[in-house]
Design a protein around this ligand. Structure first.
Ligand code: PLP
Length: 381
């Protein structure tokens, strides 16, 4: 039985060089980076090298990088940190209906503190109109948060254009770039963002570590209080092995980005063309070209995504469903719903997310397995 992993949007395998770098720290780099002595200095040195690498990936300054426990904490810190720090100036946040839960649920928590949020809708391809974001701004708006790439349908948002419209109004701009890093360029100057979230385990690094880029001068109130690590922006003794792993993963994401983009796009097009040829009733979700190189979100009317996931798992292929089945009813994701998919189409949605180790032969095998399963499940229902 083949073992084919097509769920890189959920998590990626850890790169061998990343693992080796981390093991070296675990075995001998036990120092506390805050300590004055030699082991402490060594840990501090390793951390500052990792910070340089993350900064280089983003075209940022090292002091603008705050290490966190992952993408979720980076998103929480960006939104809560800026909102609370700007409380005197305003109480309004603008985001979109298709953000990751780490952004949406943080907005809900801020609403409980008295902030207001506008959730800008998207079109049927999952794109937000920059003008709609600009129109949502009020004199009380302090922050806009728009993801760079959607984790479910892969749609890329026009973040640079949004930056043009938003930042001239004195409003800070955050982007969740967790899915985009390593696949498309993520320069903070080119994007024009003030804050950017990333996560190591979506880019061949370890779980439980990520970073928030915070442009110099952007006010940020910390979530964690304590020893004042990360220039007071994130207290707590640092996850040195994780940070070193993130640094290595960032270095590789930076140097391999054009090659990953080319390779993944070719595999994606092979997959999309193959499905269109064998299952013409299938519907590709998201934008045809403004999408992540790795993402194929596709709906097969007449079957459920959940049944397909289980069926493919039995055949050694790992994919994920676009809607969750709860108590006999299929609950479509907020992303698919915001894009206006009918309940029936949303229920038949699966996400295949490619990685750099996938091959054209694997794609062809998956095409056979997937289209056979769709046919069989449809006849059974
Ligand atoms: C995975 C993901 C996150 C959360 O990152 P974690 O490191 O798993 O906490 C946030 N945003 C997006 C778009 C993601 O895909």
């Amino acid at each position: 039985m083949p073992r084919i992993y097509l769920d890189h949007a959920a998590t990626t395998p850890v790169d061998e060089a990343v693992a080796r770098a981390m093991v070296a720290v675990l075995e001998s780099g036990y120092g506390n980076p805050s300590s004055v002595h030699a082991p402490g200095r060594e840990a501090r040195q390793r951390m500052s090298e990792a910070r340089e690498k993350v900064a280089q990936l983003l075209g940022a300054r090292p002091e603008e990088i705050v290490f966190t426990s992952g993408g979720t904490e980076a998103d929480n810190l960006a939104l809560v940190g800026v909102a609370r720090a700007c409380r005197e100036r305003g109480d309004h946040i603008v985001t979109t209906q298709v953000e990751h839960h780490a952004v949406l649920e943080t907005c809900r928590a801020l609403e409980a503190e008295g902030f207001r949020t506008t959730y800008v809708p998207v079109d049927h391809q999952g794109r937000v109109a920059p003008e709609a974001v600009a129109e949502a701004l009020t004199p009380r708006t302090v922050l806009v948060s728009v993801m760079l790439a959607n984790n479910e349908v892969g749609t890329l948002q026009p973040v640079a254009r949004i930056a043009d419209l938003v930042r001239s109004r004195g409003v800070y701009l955050h982007t969740d770039a967790v899915q985009a890093v390593g696949q498309v360029p993520v320069g903070v100057e080119e994007l024009g963002v003030d804050l950017l979230s990333l996560s190591a385990h979506k880019m061949y690094g370890p779980k439980g570590v990520g970073a928030l880029y915070v442009r110099r001068g952007v006010p940020l109130s910390p979530l964690l209080h304590g020893g004042g690590q990360e220039r007071g922006r994130r207290s707590g003794t640092e996850n040195v092995p994780g940070i070193v792993g993130l640094g290595k993963a960032a270095q590789m994401a930076h140097s391999e980005q054009p090659e990953r983009q080319r390779g993944l796009t070719a595999l994606r097009e092979r997959l999309i063309r193959g499905i269109a040829a064998r299952a013409p009733e299938a519907i590709l979700n998201g934008h045809p070209t403004q999408r992540l190189p790795s993402n194929v979100s596709i709906s097969f009317p007449g079957v459920t995504g959940e049944a397909l996931v289980v069926d493919l798992d039995l055949k050694g292929v790992a994919i994920s469903a676009g809607a969750a089945c709860a108590a006999g009813t299929v609950e479509p994701s907020h992303v698919l719903r915001a894009m206006g998919l009918s309940e029936q189409v949303a229920a038949g949605t699966v996400r295949l997310s490619l990685g750099r180790a996938n091959t054209p032969e694997e794609v062809d095998q998956v095409l056979d397995i997937l289209t056979e399963a769709v046919e069989r499940l449809r006849q059974a229902s």
